[in-house]
Ligand binder design. Sequence first.
Ligand SMILES: NC(=O)CC[C@H](N)C(=O)O
Length: 254
Amino acid sequence: MAVGVLALQGSFNEHLAALRRIGVKGVEIRKAEQLENVSSLIIPGGESTTMAKLAELHNLFPALREFVKMGKPVWGTCAGLIFLADKATGQKTGGQELVGGLDCTVHRNFFGSQIQSFEAELPVPELAATEGGPPSFRAVFIRAPAILEVGPGVEVLASVSVPSNKNVDFNPALQEGSAESDTSKVIVAVKQGNILATAFHPELTIDSRCYFMKMSPSNNEITAASSSSSSSYYADQESYLYNKQPKTDLPIYE
Ligand SMILES: NC(=O)CC[C@H](N)C(=O)O
């Protein structure tokens, strides 16, 4: 089955193009019933408040939550990470609806405004171990969120170093580290069962390894709970957004 890409706002076209590059069929998702035709889902980056308003307008939240609970692989990038988080801070007045399912707290605009967007060479050991290629990943952060806290079932895949005196007002974790060094680590990629979430935008670089990341529903509390129910989709097996190895003759970087 095809990979669904939530196509309400943001970088859904870029994800569809990235899927085409690796020979995977992507399908735009704008209505709840379209989720029935896909086996996995990407929630793209963009502007999470706007995206949430559109999702509300199209009554998509119940179907998105059900999709996550069924244990089907879901990958949130940037605003998509915010959507999947159980808790978000730095929201606009009145907050915004979240899909949830990922046991973490995110800060919506952790790294600052649009002009503080940046790129970083990010070590992601699991990518190199499972997919080969370089040990680091060229990560594009655009008015990016960061993960402030994770629950016990969440696996941290990547962190980025930031100056200790940056953002101390809203990230207590950074204050703790500042006495020992000038930089602290902030979490920017995690995995919890069937959920993968990255604060950066892998659809904007040619390195396609994130699209093949293995997810393990058996580690997920939600999936463990649902594995005894009839709605369980991937009960005890490994799952992938798309289970196909990248072609080795393709260059990893442009
Ligand atoms: N590139 C992005 O997806 C940015 C997300 C943005 N910080 C938000 O609140 O939605």
